[in-house]
Design a protein around this ligand. Structure first.
Ligand code: DOR
Length: 439
């Protein structure tokens, strides 16, 4: 294994942990940041990066992705997905259990960790999925950021739509429960009402606001009853954000995706089934309420829900098309472009895409540019704009819902554990990330 060099990043605009900006240098050694100062003198063995004019952020931690390995590698695998991460400035990810086999046992979790150790160029962690039968695994599996519960929008063993089974998960143990909050009974009923309609826009009507709100209310109720650490994944509606604004216990967190902030139902007209995901895209008014909730701290952080499907799969007729869209390669640039448009600050983006995620999941030593923290970093260029182009994408699915968007804040250099994993368009495929730990 190559020993990470010592790196000196010179003259960057550094986003400090307090949100302030400092032009200066960052020195890394043995996988960690050792010094952050206006000027650091190099020794002869130090490799230097001239970062003048670039902005240095803590590497993005994407806390909700579907990377499809094992079992669905025709859509994506841990190598292609982690290369896409490196290109997008994502230095760590938390992956979901709906692979084949499902990640519902320690053995399946160990298998994913081994695969990731072999081929992931960024750091990794894997959720354990709840089924009505795997309580012992949920209590004991290690290491994992938490238990993933699909309250709806799922089929087979991972569907946890029965009250009793759901309550049993909240009642036992104390680790974090992350919920996909959509009410399956309401979705089933509305599928019947809208049967025979092939316009993908109907997807947002079938899996409507009420379906999301009902499930979020149920998860909150159980979390309060057992004072159980709850995380609400990809919050999509203004009504759910309003609910949390009024009633959010200190042990509850919530996330939003860039697509729920910046795309809405008008996307069906332009990109058709590529806009189909769960929970679905909502209205422009929902976009605005979600932005405000994020800025106010009602929503804690950002996740992409990177969920690739092939163009062939997406070319079928609705409702036979799978739900989901890729995101790790574009999320940071999409959010930084929003910052440059005045929707938020660059420091807020760093907070929502890194620091707040590390804090919520108890990932030690990540999410800040300070001595003692891991040297997971991304240098971005906030001065130039480049469009998202299909032919440049590294995700195996080969498309993006943001194609044609002219974005700034693209990663120029991404660093994982003190090693340069991406630089000016090229991934260093020799680099290997590490398994994340969770306090
Ligand atoms: O749209 C989605 N697709 N939402 C999910 O929660 C699952 C995902 C997938 O795995 O395809």
């Amino acid at each position: 294994m190559s020993f990470p060099q010592s790196l000196l990043i010179r003259g960057a605009s550094i986003i400090l942990p307090n949100g302030e900006l400092m032009v200066g240098d960052v020195l890394t050694r043995d996988r960690q940041i050792v010094e952050v100062a206006p000027k650091i003198s190099p020794d002869t063995t130090t490799r230097e990066i001239d970062a003048q004019g670039l902005t240095l952020l803590p590497g993005v931690i994407d806390p909700q992705v579907h990377f499809r390995e094992p079992g669905l590698e025709h859509k994506e695998d841990l190598f292609t997905a982690s290369c896409a991460c490196a290109k997008g400035g994502v230095t760590s990810f938390l992956e979901m259990p709906n692979t084949r086999p499902l990640t519902t046992t320690q053995a399946a979790l160990d298998d994913k960790l081994q695969r990731a150790a072999n081929k992931c160029v960024v750091n990794y962690g894997f959720f354990i999925g709840a089924t009505p039968e795997n309580q012992p695994d949920l209590l004991l599996a290690q290491p994992t950021p938490g238990i993933k519960v699909f309250m709806g929008s799922m089929h087979g063993q991972l569907l946890m739509d029965q009250e009793e089974a759901l309550e049993a998960i909240f009642a036992q143990g104390d680790r974090l429960i992350a919920v996909h909050a959509e009410d399956q009974a309401r979705i089933n009923q509305r599928r019947q009402e809208f049967a025979g309609i092939h316009d993908p826009a109907v997807h947002s009507q079938i899996q409507d606001h009420e379906a999301a709100l009902l499930a979020t209310q149920r998860a909150l109720k159980l979390s309060k009853k057992y004072q159980r650490r709850l995380h609400i994944l990809h919050l999509s509606t203004g009504v759910e954000a309003d609910l949390l604004r009024q009633d959010k216990p200190s042990w509850v967190t919530a996330e939003v995706t860039p697509q729920h902030l910046l795309l809405n139902t008008s996307a069906y007209e332009t990109i058709g089934t590529l806009a189909q995901m769960n929970p679905p895209l909502r209205s422009p008014e929902d976009n605005e309420v979600l932005w405000q909730a994020l800025r106010d701290g009602v929503i804690d952080f950002i996740a992409t829900d990177h969920a690739p499907h092939t163009l062939e799969e997406k070319a079928q007729e609705y409702p036979n098309t799978p739900s989901g869209m890729p995101g790790v390669e574009t999320s940071l640039a999409v959010m930084l472009t929003a910052a440059m448009d005045g929707r938020c600050t660059v420091s807020q983006v760093a907070q929502w895409m890194s620091a707040a995620v590390a804090e919520a999941y108890g990932i030690p030593n990540k999410g800040a540019i300070a001595p003692g923290y891991d040297a997971d970093l991304v240098l971005v260029d906030l001065n130039t704009y480049r469009p998202v182009k299909r032919e440049e994408l590294l995700t195996k699915c080969g498309w993006s819902p943001f194609e044609g968007w002219n974005l700034t804040g693209w990663a120029v250099t991404t660093i994982v554990g003190g090693e340069i994993v991406y630089d000016q368009g090229k991934v260093n495929t020799e680099v290997r990330g590490q398994a994340l730990t969770f306090l």
